[in-house]
Every structure is written in C-alpha cells, then in structure tokens.
Design a binder for this molecule. Structure first.
Ligand code: AMP
Length: 579
C-alpha cells in the first residue's frame, strides 16, 4: 500500500494518505475509539469500568476514569507476571517496554504490542514523506546512533526491554529503514551490543568507513548525537589508527561485534585514514565536524525539542550549517504526532497528531487554586476541540492497553493541519522546582540556564549538561543548579553565572519569595567533568537505553542515587548575591 513495487516508499502516496486521514479528524477519532473498545471490551480493566459494550466517546468519558501509570501498575504487573496477559488488551501482551525512567528515577513497565510497531512505522513514514519533499535523499546510508537496552524476561516469561529496543528488533523496522533508502551503517551486532561504549565506538567507525554514503545522521534523541561527537573528540586518533591498520581497537572486546566489524573493516586504508586525520586536525574547535566527516549528509535528524533543546547549541556547532530536522513526538506508551513541517527550526517544531493511532483528549491548563480557591480540574476536550495558543495536558487511549492515560506532558496548540491539531511540546507536567508559592518547570529552568550560559559562551566555554534540585535541609529552602562545564571558568565568571541563574527565574512566586528571603539564595554547584556520563551509566545499569536517555532536569527524592553521584562529584559552590 504505502510502498512502491521495489519496496521503496512513495512519499506522494504517504502524503495523500495522511491528508485524507486528517480531513475529518473527528470522524477518525470516533472510529478509532470504537475499534479500540471493540477489540478490548472484554478485558478486566474495561469490564470493571462497566462500559457494557458501549463504544461512543460520551459513554467512554462517563465510565472510564482518567488514569496514571500508578493506576495501571497492578494490571501491568499481572501481565508481566504472566497471570493475566489480557488484563488490558484483548490480544495477549507478549512484550513489555521499559520507559526511560529519567523523569521519575526508575524505569516503568508499559505494555508493548504489534499495534505500537505499526503506529511507529506510520509515524516514521509520514514524517519521512514530508521531509523528503523538502530535503530529498538519494540511495545511501544513515549513520544512526541507536542502542538497544539490556533485555530480560519478566517473571511470567515475557520479553522486556526499552520501547526503542523492541522497535529496532522488529522486522518491520529494517524494512521501513530500507524503504526510506537509509539502512544503518552499523551491523546489528553493534546496535544490540551489550556495552554501549563499545557500540558507540563502532557506530563512529562504521560511519567513517561508509562516509561517502552517509546521507543522514540520526539518533532518537539529539543527546545521543552530541554525546557521540563529544566522544569522537576523545577517540578520533584511535579510530584513524584502526582505519589505517585495518584492525579494530582492543577497546572493543565483545566477540560478536569484533566478528561483525571484521567484515566491514577488511584491510588497511591509509588514504581514508589520512583524509580523516587531516579533516579532524584542521578543524577549529570541532566546528562543522559532521559536515567534514560525512560530506554527503543532507540533514541531521532526531528529537531536538523539550529536554533536548539545551543540546542544540552544541549540535549546531558540530553540524556547521547542515539542516537540523527535529523528529516526531511519542513515548514508550505510544505515539502522538509527526513533524510534517520539516523546515521549521527545532525551537518551533510542531507535531500533527495522527488521529488513527489513538484517541486523544486534552485537559486545558489553568492556574490552580490561587487565592484559596478550590482547584477543580477542567474537563478534557477532544482532539478537534482544542484552541490555538492554549496549553493542555495530553491524555491517551490506544491499542496497547492505555485508557485515558495521563502521559504527563504539557503541549501547546500552534495551529491545525487540516482538522488535526499541530502541537508544540512544552514540558513534562510535574513541576520541577517549587518551595512555597514558586513554580518553575523544566522549560523555566532551561531558559534560566540558557541565559547564564551566555556569560560562559563569551569566554568560549559551555555548559555540557545540567540538572537541579530543591534543598530544604536548611531554612529557608533554596534551588541548587548543578552544572558540568568544559574548560575551567574563573570563580568570578561562575559567580556572575550564579547571579544570572537566580535573576532569570522570572516566575512571580519565585521573585517575591526571593525578595523577602522565604527562598534562600540560589546555589550553583559545579561538578567534575564526566559526572553526567556517570549518571547516564547509572541509568543504563538500571536497564535504560542510551537511545531514550534524557538527563533528569530535577533530582527529586525518588532519585537518591543520582543525587549521590552529583554530590560525590561536586567541586565548587557559589551562592547568588543577586537579591
Ligand atoms: P520515554 O520514557 O523514553 O518513553 O519518554 C517519553 C517522553 O519523552 C515523552 O512523554 C516526552 O516527555 C518526551 N518526548 C518524546 N518525544 C518528544 C519530542 N518530540 N519532543 C519533546 N519531548 C519528547
């Protein structure tokens, strides 16, 4: 259907299907809900809600409550334990996904099934079709920094791994990648290798070997691309040596990876080694590295919105003018929308909701309980009832056993594509930093860090990564921002950065509390180089995949281990004198 005879995807066909699908999104939503409820009406969960075979939106909203992951946990546990694989879905769930867990400190179990693979492929193909219209690519390869997580069996014998791992393992994934003319440079053994440091090294090596064929540089989240090229800065001479001698570095010890790479690194190639050496050595501060190494790259692709925005400065630096195209919006629980306007810069990317992959509701966001009013949460509205420029919390019902599930994200409606909304990702819903009447989200923190980082940039230094916490151990409580920087900024400049951070939280609650000292001076703590890599390693140890890693922007009581890493590696502290 979506593909032409030779297996190549025909963008025009995909685009016309998407245009048809979004013409009457309301109708498609009704049909989608009906199908989901018909397929799963007999499950324990929906039976308990007393739907009695009803499949219309009104009955659904009246009988099925809004739910969080915590509400579904007992059902997911039954599935994982093998005691009731149909607790949430008509067709038994045979695979469990682990969400990245970077928001709450530990990975969560969520159901995974073929319908999720189908919607993933639909999303990939849809955004590819629109992307290809603006940035056509020829036959070639994609340098993909993708990694699998550890896989294990649940108590009930179900396969468990991160959602991206489950997708990469599906036969459809490879087929879709080939249909988009972008098979991965690296063999499967590298993607599914047990040690991501070794996999990353080999991704870089394979990319260099196929450098002329690389059309696209990709990772799921932009963090992995930045991480990869930061690593390149450290290991490039070793990579050049491998290519020169035709032998793989001893840092790669996994036998299956060594065997697979031996088929690609087939002999000494001193010309290529010289070329890469000269290109790398000739760069000033690695500006334009990606373009130099992979001269036929048409664009860089990956999620660059939300918690990935802070990596854009570094990514643009490495890209050296290559277009940055931000990827689609979804989660382990299911997909939401595709980027069908690839020309938009990452900072203003929107996602057109695919109305047939789930039933979507939106809770309008309003200020809660100001001046002692009792807060009553507004009723959710339907996909086609949302209003432009309003912010909403998104609620998902889909084929993978989620019914009115609070995804935990805040989105803003920027417009409509036909009748389906185009959403901008705003932030995770949980408030990050709050002590009393102050409320600062992930986005507020990001803006504050961006403002302060400009002072470092004047010295040609940068913030490598950051996180935060609220410290209530002394009165009054205060915000702590952790920074890893490159280079050695002076005390003076870091004190200025600290003051700037404090001043850049413009939320009225924060500013007024700071003025009367009911919130203490903000603290900037500088951590040793490599601290954020240790945090990444910590999550990977818990079963997370590098492909889905997002640095936790606030370290709450649930991630004590991360706080321990931060505190053990803290070098210096600065307290704001801004108020
Ligand atoms: P995971 O735990 O890996 O399933 O992460 C899912 C979460 O990642 C979503 O709920 C969002 O908060 C975030 N996310 C996914 N896609 C995007 C995107 N395109 N832009 C911003 N954030 C995203």
């Amino acid at each position: 259907m979506l593909e032409k005879m030779e297996g190549k995807l025909d963008p025009e066909v995909v685009i016309s299907e998407f245009e048809a699908l979004t013409k009457d999104a309301e109708k498609v939503q009704r049909e989608t809900l009906k199908r989901i409820l018909e397929e799963n009406g007999e499950t324990e969960y929906l039976q308990r809600c007393g739907l009695n075979g009803k499949t219309d939106p009104d009955s659904f909203k009246a009988r099925v409550p809004l739910a969080t992951h915590k509400d579904l946990e007992p059902y997911i546990q039954q599935i994982a334990d093998g005691t009731n694989q149909s607790a949430l879905t008509g067709k038994p769930i045979t695979t469990i996904s682990l969400s990245s867990g970077t928001t709450h400190g530990k990975p969560k179990f969520v159901p995974f099934n073929d319908e999720l693979v189908d919607s993933t492929m639909q999303i990939y193909k849809t955004s590819f079709a629109y992307r290809n219209k603006e940035y056509p690519i020829g036959n070639g390869k994609a340098l993909q920094f993708i990694y699998s997580s550890k896989q294990f069996k649940t108590k009930g014998g179900l396969d468990a791994g991160t959602a991206t791992t489950n997708v990469y393992r599906s036969s459809q994934f490879k087929k879709t990648m080939s249909s988009m003319q972008t098979p991965c440079c690296s063999p499967d053994e590298v993607i599914f290798g047990p040690d991501f440091h070794q996999s990353l090294y080999c991704h870089l090596l394979c990319g260099l070997i196929f450098r002329d064929e690389v059309q696209v540089v990709f990772s799921t989240f932009a963090h992995s691309i930045v991480h990869a090229f930061r690593t390149f800065e450290l290991v490039w001479e070793e990579l050049v040596h491998d290519i020169r001698t035709g032998s793989l570095s001893t840092r790669v010890t996994v036998p299956s990876i060594r065997t697979a790479i031996a088929k690609i690194l087939t002999g000494p190639n001193p010309e290529l080694a010289d070329l890469i050496y000269n290109k790398s050595a000739g760069l000033s501060n690695w500006y334009g590295l990606i373009k130099e190494l992979f001269p036929n790259t048409k664009y860089i692709y990956g999620i660059m919105t939300g918690s990935m925005e802070p990596y854009l400065i570094k990514l643009r630096h490495y890209a050296g003018g290559l277009p940055l195209l931000s990827a689609d919006y979804g989660s382990s629980e299911g997909w939401v929308g595709a980027n069908v306007n690839p020309k938009l810069p990452p900072e203003s990317v929107t996602f057109a909701v695919l109305p047939n992959i789930g039933y979507f509701e939106f809770i309008p966001l309003k200020e809660d309980g100001i001046n002692g009013e009792v807060f009553v949460e507004p009723e959710p509205v339907g996909l086609t009832e949302v209003k432009v420029d309003e912010e909403y919390e998104i609620i998902v019902t889909n084929y993978a056993g989620l019914y009115r599930y609070r995804l935990g994200d805040v989105v803003k409606v920027k417009g409509f594509h036909n009748s389906t909304p185009e959403l901008q990702f705003v932030c995770r819903k949980n408030l990050l930093l709050t002590i009393n009447i102050d409320k600062n989200t992930e986005k507020d923190l990001q803006l504050s860090v961006e403002a302060a980082a400009k002072l470092l940039a004047e010295q040609k230094l940068e913030v490598v990564d950051f996180t935060s916490r609220v410290d209530l151990s002394s009165e009054p409580g205060h915000y702590v921002i952790f920074w890893e920087t490159n280079g050695e900024p002076s005390d003076e400049i870091l004190q200025d950065c600290c003051n700037c951070l404090d001043k850049s939280f413009v939320d009225a609650g924060y500013v007024s509390s700071r003025k009367v000292n009911s919130i203490g001076p903000l603290e900037l703590r500088i951590v040793k180089k490599g601290t954020f890599h240790k945090i990444l390693d910590h999550y990977v140890g818990l079963g997370a995949a590098v492909s889905q890693f997002k640095t936790p922007r606030c370290v709450g009581p649930t991630n004590g281990a991360v706080l321990q890493i931060l505190c053990a590696n803290a070098d210096k502290s600065y307290f704001s004198t801004a108020f």
